[in-house]
Design a protein around this ligand. Structure first.
Ligand code: ZN
Length: 413
């Protein structure tokens, strides 16, 4: 395996300089603490939401895994204020974190001394030498294609640009200090259609996996995670004559799995009966987390959540058609293709494709799309859902859409 380094140890700051950075950081951390105000909390929820304001109605800056120490002030009305750096602060809910002893100082600024990249079977792994786990954010850019990694509470030992002509995924890495305690690393990518990323922080380093681009241009061998929406105690929407959304979603998902298998793909259903995916007592959030956790399969190529729609009874007679949702930029193209194929296969009204941060769509490990095939609240569409023809047509549209997506992702027209 070839290892390319951005900052080699030899080229980094001298031991003396590192020591003085460390001392300066420690002094800064101590001097910035108003007594009894800034303290430290540790993320404890499977996905801790760092938001732009103190309430769940505010947008997320990022979603963090457990075990990351954050500086925090408060709490006030169930939220801590999190000073990420002098330019940016976020808010985190009290029930998603564990407070450390108030006498403990907030986390010290971490130095980033070294970035290396290495090609693996799964893609390119960028290893960033940062002693302690830090809050981070990853954003995708489509044009020109890039992954942008923001590191909070981090100071670059050196910054600039390095090029890696032989790496499959990233040709150029740019490192920039946006503000004190805010480092930004841009990985310029060699391909348009991204397949996903993962971050792991342990043993003194942060590793970012940039998944290798799609190959082959067909469904053969592609692992598709299928999420039939709702199930068990949650029926989803119910139509005017009692058709349950959860049953329709499952029928479409079963048909889709059968078609995908015939075409050489590897479908993986999150549920195959009228059940929940999570175990134990049902809660909406718990069930969503169980579905997301079950869908995070390292070899999966695509996540598809199947739903059917509803509106209040006053509009049931007039609102009908197909909608598709996505969140990450890499999911935009497949969302459009899936929407078009569903409408063609079902003959439904093409309502819209929309950007929505649904729980199962927010994650960046692969493209993730949620489809709403038709309206169970609409009497005519509900009637069609009772027939085998509906599930078969919806599934064919989705299979054709996935096939076209993989063809285009691999660069074949
Ligand atoms: Zn639903």
């Amino acid at each position: 395996m070839k290892v390319n380094r951005v900052y080699t140890r030899g080229e980094g700051p001298s031991t003396m300089m590192r020591l003085s950075i460390g001392i300066a950081a420690a002094l800064l951390a101590t001097s910035m603490v108003p007594v009894d105000a800034t303290r430290a909390v540790v993320t404890a929820d499977p996905r801790t939401d760092l938001r732009v304001g103190p309430g769940t109605e505010y947008n997320r800056i990022t979603v963090l895994p457990p075990g990351i120490t954050l500086p925090a002030e408060g709490p006030e009305e169930d939220f801590y204020r999190v000073p990420l750096n002098p330019l940016l602060h976020g808010w985190v809910a009290q029930d998603q974190v564990r407070a450390l002893d108030p006498s403990q100082p907030p986390p010290a600024v971490q130095p980033l001394r070294d970035i290396s990249v290495q090609g693996t079977d799964q893609g390119t792994v960028a290893t960033l030498n940062i002693p302690e786990p830090v809050p981070f954010r990853v954003r995708q850019r489509i044009q020109p294609p890039a992954l942008i990694l923001d590191l909070f509470g981090v100071r670059l030992a050196r910054y600039g640009v390095r090029q890696f002509p032989s790496d499959l995924a990233t040709s150029t890495i740019e490192a920039e200090q946006i503000a004190d305690g805010w480092a930004q690393i841009t990985f310029h990518l060699n391909f348009d259609q991204q397949r996903g990323w993962r971050v792991v922080q342990q043993d003194g380093s942060l590793r970012l996996l940039i998944r290798r681009p799609y190959e082959g241009g067909s469904l053969a061998g592609k692992v598709i995670v299928i999420d039939p929406g709702h199930g068990g105690p949650d029926s989803g929407a119910v139509g005017p004559t009692g058709v349950r959304e959860s049953d329709v979603n499952l029928r479409v998902a079963r048909e889709l799995a059968a078609i995908l298998q015939q075409r050489g793909a590897v479908p993986r259903m999150l549920r195959t009966g009228d059940t929940t995916v999570g175990e134990g007592p049902y809660s909406r959030r718990g069930e969503l987390e169980a579905r997301l956790a079950a869908s995070e399969q390292p070899d999966a190529d695509f996540f598809l959540s199947i739903h059917n729609n509803a509106v209040g009874s006053g509009r049931a007679a007039t609102v009908q058609g197909t909608e598709t949702y996505y969140w990450t930029p890499m999911s935009a193209l497949p969302a459009r293709i899936l929407q078009d194929h569903q409408c063609a296969a079902l003959g439904t009204h093409n309502r819209f494709i929309s950007w929505r941060p649904f729980y199962v769509l927010r994650h960046g490990d692969m493209p993730r799309v949620l489809v709403e095939c038709a309206f169970v609240s609409n009497p005519a569409e509900e009637q069609r859902m009772k027939s085998e023809e509906f599930a078969r047509a919806a599934a064919l549209g989705l299979a054709d859409g996935l096939e076209e997506f993989f063809r285009r992702a691999a660069g074949e027209r």
